[in-house]
Design a protein around this ligand. Structure first.
Ligand SMILES: [Zn+2]
Length: 148
């Protein structure tokens, strides 16, 4: 199993800087291999990094191992003096703002949650390496239904 290919499915600019297997969890350190980012408030491109932090995300499991992405996320200065914001955080297509799960993981949980009752869903998710509570499953299914 090539971890690189799996990450490219999330975003082609995503690169792995390190990965480590501990107990039943695979930790993948990763970051965007880009110099710049677009300010979501004004649309101007910036390459001036303000700060960095690591965002922890759960992704689809690999062969029953839980997968945690340690995503090095950058905060940029917006160089547009007319912009309403001085800084902005890097945005990703594969995860909603502030979410701790990738979109593809949420879709997967949603599909199982629609198929099974919540207790069975928790059990079958846990067997594949996804640790969630029944209330999380219900919340995801409910949110998906209300957004479609
Ligand atoms: Zn801006």
């Amino acid at each position: 199993m090539d971890l690189k290919d799996l990450l490219k499915d999330l975003d082609e600019n995503l690169v792995i800087t390190n990965s480590e297997k501990k107990e039943k969890v695979i930790y993948i350190n990763c970051k965007m291999d880009t110099e710049e980012s677009v300010c979501p408030y004004c649309g101007e491109v910036s390459n001036k990094v303000h700060s960095k932090y690591v965002r922890k995300l759960s992704d689809l499991p690999i062969q029953n191992y839980e997968v945690k992405l340690l995503l090095l996320t950058r905060k940029f200065f917006c160089m547009n003096s007319h912009c309403s914001h001085k800084t902005f955080g890097e945005k990703y297509n594969f995860v909603e703002n502030k979410s701790v799960k990738t979109k593809r993981l949420i879709n997967y949980i949603n599909n199982i949650g629609l198929r099974d009752n919540s207790m069975d869903a928790v059990r079958s998710l846990s067997e594949t390496g996804i640790k969630v509570s029944s209330s999380t499953v219900l919340r995801i299914v409910k949110k998906k239904q209300s957004s479609t």
